[in-house]
Design a binder for this molecule. Structure first.
Ligand code: SF4
Ligand code: SF4
Length: 388
């Protein structure tokens, strides 16, 4: 069975061009009605990680979001709403949508903000790793979701795209709790795969016109990748993103877990890539639209060695590190740390101070730091012991 990913090349956020590209992308995938019928309640789920201006490439660009809104409205979809739960529990969805430019785009199309403030526990006994989720009301109330994700690097999962973007379906503070329950990249990815099975978005659209490389998902550098990707399979979508940046999907935990749990495929032999010029292979897509120099963590950690070096682990592992010159002592890192006794302390005049023995390497602090002061320190000792 083929898992289709549509790739539309586009090098601008000019609204009319993005409108055209989104319409073409959905059409090449078979048309919107293939995925959602017009009577259904549709929820648009962009990436609203933080209050950030569109040009920072932290959030889904409003031009892409607006193009999806326009397409739905022009095609006669009446029951459309949108939203996301930002990473920091102190940032409300309303504040984030305003700064990111999505509130204005939604208002222009008469699309209301759905309830991402409240939620409740949804049991999911079919889950392989996660048997329940604290899902936002908006997600529970919708019939169908369109996941409009952003092409970015991620400190924990290497990249974030379709599979990872669903974490914003979990309400505010419960996201931090989730990091404590699923405390490494593999088990966290397993949970995300279950979340995808539970929520089952019908369509995934990735904004990769300007992506983020380096210290993502919030402190990296915007970089033009000049593509929009479309798929009903978030694993195939993320795998094509990985392919474009010359990264093996097998090195991306969310692709591995997604394939393992049947969310989708990361096997390029099963992925059909369609462009406006016709179907192409991953090799051709990589050569034509890829970037081998995209700054993403490409190393590995040999897990078999870990038990032998347990006492040294806090010093051998990669870890978050704050640059004291950039730190403004705001305390956001401490607030976002999911460890109950906190592995980082800051605020009230005190700059970030880590206790690596308590740190579970979830990188929530790095994700949320508003001053881009936190980077992931890749330990050279790790490399000596078999990592790259
Ligand atoms: S969030 Fe960043 S700027 Fe704020 S205290 Fe922590 S390291 Fe410093
Ligand atoms: S200090 Fe940072 S990386 Fe460590 S557990 Fe807390 S939020 Fe996660």
């Amino acid at each position: 069975m083929k898992h289709t990913v549509v790739l539309i090349p586009i090098d601008t956020y000019e609204q009319s061009r993005v409108d055209e590209a989104v319409r073409q992308g959905v059409s090449l995938l078979g048309g919107m009605e293939q995925f959602i019928s017009k009577e259904e309640k549709v929820l648009l789920k962009p990436n609203l990680l933080a209050r950030a201006l569109p040009q920072k490439a932290i959030t889904t660009h409003p031009a892409v979001f607006s193009a999806v809104c326009r397409l739905l409205k022009e095609d006669g979809y009446q029951h459309v709403s949108y939203g996301d739960s930002p990473g920091s529990p102190t940032t409300t969805p309303a504040k984030a949508t305003d700064t990111c430019g999505l509130a204005a785009a939604a208002a222009a199309h008469g699309i209301p903000l759905a309830d991402f403030d409240g939620g409740s526990v949804v049991h999911f006994p079919e889950g392989h790793t996660a048997k329940s989720f604290y899902l936002c009301n908006a997600v529970q109330q919708a019939d169908a979701m369109i996941n409009i994700c952003k092409m970015k690097t991620h400190a924990l999962e290497r990249i974030t795209g379709g599979v990872k973007n669903l974490y914003g379906c979990i309400t505010g503070v419960n996201k931090a709790t989730g990091h404590a329950h699923y405390p490494n990249s593999e088990v966290f990815a397993d949970m995300l795969a279950d979340l995808n099975l539970c929520v089952k978005p019908r369509l995934h659209i990735m904004d990769g016109i300007v992506a983020m490389e380096g210290n993502g998902p919030s402190s990296g550098t915007p970089i033009a990748m000049n593509v929009l990707l479309f798929s009903a399979d978030p694993v195939a979508l993320d795998s094509v993103f990985a392919g474009l940046i010359h990264l093996d999907p097998a090195a991306v935990p969310t692709c591995v877990s997604g394939a393992k749990y049947g969310v989708g495929t990361m096997d390029f032999a099963e992925i059909e890539i369609i462009t406006p010029e016709g179907t192409i292979s991953m090799e051709e897509a990589r050569a034509k639209y890829g970037n081998p120099d995209f700054d993403v963590f490409r190393g590995v950690m040999k897990k078999g060695l870990l038990p032998k070096v347990m006492p040294l682990l806090p010093f051998l592992q990669h870890r978050p590190k704050a640059d004291m010159k950039k730190c403004i002592a705001c305390g956001v890192c401490e607030e976002s740390c999911p460890v109950p006794e906190k592995a980082v302390h800051a605020g009230h005049g005190q700059k970030a101070k880590y206790d690596y023995k308590k740190c579970i390497r979830c990188y929530c602090c790095q994700e949320m730091c508003p001053a881009k002061a936190i980077e992931v320190y890749r330990s050279p000792l790790n490399k000596l012991l078999g990592g790259k």
